[in-house]
Design a protein around this ligand. Sequence first.
Ligand code: LIP
Length: 297
Amino acid sequence: TSTDLQEILTFTTTLAHKAGNLILAGSQAILQSGNVDEKKNSVDLVTEYDVKVEELVKGELSKKYPNFDFIGEESYAAGQRPPLKDTPTFCVDPIDGTTNFVHGFPHVCVSIGLIYRKSPVLGVVYNPFLDQLYTGVKGQGAFLTQRGQGPLKLPLSVPRPLPSLSQALLGVEWGSDRTAHIVHIKGEAFARLAGNPKEGVEGGRMAHSLRSLGSAALNFCMVAQGGLDMYHEAGCWPWDITAGTIIAQEAGGLVAGGHGAPLDNNVNEAILTGRKYIVIRAIGDTKEETGFQAQQR
Ligand code: LIP
């Protein structure tokens, strides 16, 4: 019920702040020690703090909500996709933006999502470096609370609709799969979006620019905030997108996944989110190849 969700929101918000303190402490330690491990390749990074933060969050959630399931990035062996069930399931990325974390680039967050009947219903994303807390609860809106200010409602549907992709600021990511094939496809897509197709012609149809925050959850939140008009990434996992999905949807954004709903088991590999018109245009442009399907609320 909505009362239950409010209670879970209060608990997970406090927990996200605790996790944030551990991330801040860990950042100093890692910047000094340089203790970083590699998962599937030399750009897929993990630190002892990814594991510590997941233990903290998992421990507190399972004590408070023993009947809920838990999916966490560090609890799964690299490359293993967790099965989604109908039961309430917390889906957590303890440190989203691990590369940023080890470099001291301050776009790092803990991302705590709740899935019910295979759809995200609650999301809490906290960036301790900027003290920014994003929350979203199904049917109850999305909010940003930052430094000394009260919660600000995130109304993505309010800013003027963009007439075309060419006036948009787009979020993209290289991701951690750097095989030649993937890098080639992504590079081509980025060039298509950012490059002027008509040499020397003013006002070509390229997007205003591309941005990478280095954290899927924070890209979703930036869409919810209106700072990015769209975010697209191939190669996502449920912990990357659960909390962000409900935050973007509750802010009035559209979320699309390939081959079905974003959290439909085999889908999470590709995600598109943004202002409705822009996402619909983008899906229209790429439907043939990607099979993207939009999820309206
Ligand atoms: C990261 C994402 C980022 C993506 C990387 C990676 P991590 O998560 O949030 O946007 O491009 O491939 O998945 O590993 O920092 O939790």
